[in-house]
Write a protein that binds this ligand. Structure first.
Ligand code: GLU
Length: 587
């Protein structure tokens, strides 16, 4: 899922240019990072380290050619030896890689004379290129030949450290290219090019392209960039400096403003509604949090009884079961980055099977945006924390707007109700009583190892998202359970002080959850109530601190706060939790 970067041209400072670009792609992986650079005349330097990018690491170094990488490990443990760039024997060829070489074992077996220096699949490419260099007319040809023997979706940037030539090749993983002064720059994320260039083009698949050398930019790449459709390079967004969870906290606080922006931007929803109303069925899809927003929208559509069925299918399931998508479907793909590999696969399959596709997408100019019939922007702005908060709430809002539109709600009505949700969110974020409730629950969760989020009906996505946030942010196991299912098995987990959160949307469901709450309390559980209808005994016990908002938006935001506080109490930085990356660009 890594972030990759390449440059040839006039001398630039490695720290502020290359390492800053890598830092802006850390959300794609922060297991380790590395850079290989040269000034053309000498082999130059290599820096690698485990953990977050240190921009000061290249103090004063200059480069006329450089490749760089931030890693999310797929093959080989997280250690300096496995950090990219990887070198050929003798060190002439350096390679950075995004993806998975699916036939790595077979290719490795063919490299019997080579002593491999890492456990990664990526290193294979360095040896294959080096092997082909002597047998080819050019580095480009050597890279192309090596790439043709590799299976899977992969992107490579190759540096010849003897000449300073850089060659790039990709299949299905985005690479953006642009001229920079007299040179050329590329990155897997256009935002990594911010401050260097205004627009960038997408590199076509399966064709190795040389950027040239620092003194001679390749004609082919100049032509490619001149003829390609340049899309604007978005801002990197303001970097917020501070302690753990600083981004998550500020992104949670931005949510009322995000909802108000979404409420005011109805045009793209109308185009999506027009398409969805033609459907025999609407399939909502996404990964992680987005799959919960997909489930929420599908439930709303089923409840709306508009004569068009709604279903949510996790994007990762569609590649293995393409038959679940039918020609009369409209797929609604929800994605923050627009680069999630499973979502790209799902959208591609939908198109192949004759279904139209709507994208609810946060990042501008993404791969998914280019594949869909109608793109509806989520307008959440740049989201830095690995834990999705404001992009998730925007997904809930856009999904609900779409369904409301399908029920024939007047155009004006698609925004007004959302302003009420924005006010509710604002209110719970500012209330002292709420802060007490959050602190009490976070304390309980932080001292346990497991928790249940119980609900019923349309609030299941709220419970699932709450459980996911707690797991991701604090490594406490949490599970969403339908209250009616509790005594059919899960209740076996419950013992003294076991945290259970009851999430209720209305009085009817609250009456069922009250029974479950009593059953849990009888077994010593610490029960927390979020929504209307709390049992009197519980209200008294918790000194009246019960939060009554029925809104799935406000409840979601409260549980985000709980996850944040729990993470901080357990010493985890929820902006960068272990083993995760924000944009999951591998299958
Ligand atoms: N497979 C490579 C590795 O494990 C690249 C991983 C990636 O693209 O996330 O280092």
């Amino acid at each position: 899922m890594c972030g990759i970067f390449g440059y040839v041209g006039q001398p630039v400072k490695v720290g502020p240019v290359v390492l800053e670009a890598l830092r802006s792609m850390e959300y794609r992986g922060y297991d380790s990072w590395g850079v290989a650079y040269t000034t053309g005349e000498q082999p130059g330097g290599i820096i690698k380290a485990v953990g977050r990018v240190e921009v000061g690491a290249a103090a004063g170094a200059e480069a006329t050619a450089a490749i760089g990488h931030t890693r999310w490990a797929t093959h080989g443990e997280v250690c300096e030896r496995n950090a990219h760039p990887h070198l050929s024997c003798g060190g002439r060829i350096a390679v950075v890689h995004n993806g998975i070489i699916e036939n790595a074992d077979e290719l490795r077996a063919g490299l019997e004379d080579v002593l491999l220096a890492s456990d990664t699949d990526s290193e294979i490419m360095a040896h294959l290129v080096a092997h082909n260099v002597g047998r080819s007319h050019s580095l480009t040809e050597a890279v192309q030949t090596a790439f043709s023997s590799i299976e899977g979706n992969n992107a490579f940037v190759v540096l010849d450290r003897a000449t300073g030539e850089v060659v790039v090749v990709t299949r299905r993983l985005p690479i953006r290219l642009s001229r920079h002064d007299d040179g050329v720059v590329l990155a897997s994320d256009p935002a990594a090019l911010a401050g260097m260039v205004e627009t960038a083009i997408a590199l076509p698949d399966d064709t190795a392209v040389s950027l040239g050398t620092p003194t001679h930019v390749a004609e082919a790449v100049v032509r490619l960039i001149a003829e390609g459709r340049g899309v604007p390079v978005p801002d990197r967004g303001e970097r917020i400096e501070g302690g753990p969870g600083i981004s998550m906290r500020s992104e949670i606080a931005e949510q009322p403003a995000v909802l108000r922006r979404v409420a005011a931007d109805i045009e793209p929803v109308l185009a999506a509604v027009a398409l969805a109303r033609q459907a025999e069925r609407v399939v909502f899809t996404g990964c992680g949090s987005a799959s919960h927003a997909a489930m929420y929208a599908a439930d709303l559509l089923v409840e709306a009884e508009v004569g068009i069925d709604g279903v949510a299918i996790p994007a990762s399931e569609i590649l293995g079961q393409p038959g679940r998508i039918r020609p009369g479907d409209v797929m609604v793909a929800l994605t923050q980055s627009g680069e999630t590999a499973d979502v790209i696969d799902a959208v591609t399959i939908a198109r192949e099977r004759g279904a139209a596709v709507v994208g609810l997408i946060n990042a501008e100019g993404s791969s998914v945006e280019r594949l869909v019939d109608v793109a509806v922007p989520l307008l959440a702005g740049h989201e830095r924390s690995v834990l999705a908060t404001k992009s998730y709430l925007a997904m809930l809002a856009r999904g609900a707007q779409l369904v409301r539109g399908m029920t024939g709600a007047a155009d004006g009505a698609l925004g007004i109700w959302l302003l009420g949700e924005a006010d509710d969110v604002q209110e719970v974020l500012g209330s002292r009583r709420t802060q007490h409730w959050i602190a009490g629950l976070a304390e309980q969760l932080a001292h346990g190892s497991s928790a249940l989020m119980l609900t019923s009906g349309g609030h299941m996505p709220v419970a699932r998202e709450a459980a996911l946030k707690v797991k991701e942010g604090s490594y406490v196991h949490a599970e969403a359970v339908l209250s009616g299912e509790l005594k059919h098995g899960v209740i076996a987990l419950v013992e003294d002080h076991f945290p259970c959160v009851m999430l209720t949307p209305d009085e009817a469901i609250a009456s069922r959850l009250r029974i479950a709450a009593e059953e849990l309390r009888s077994r010593g559980a610490a029960v927390y109530w979020l929504g209307p209808g709390a049992p009197h005994g519980l209200i008294q016990e918790q000194a009246g601190i019960v939060v009554e908002t029925p809104s799935p938006f406000a409840q979601t935001v409260l549980m985000q706060m709980v996850a944040l506080e729990t993470a901080l109490m357990r010493g985890v930085d929820p902006d960068f939790p272990r083993n995760l990356a924000k944009s999951v660009t591998v299958r």
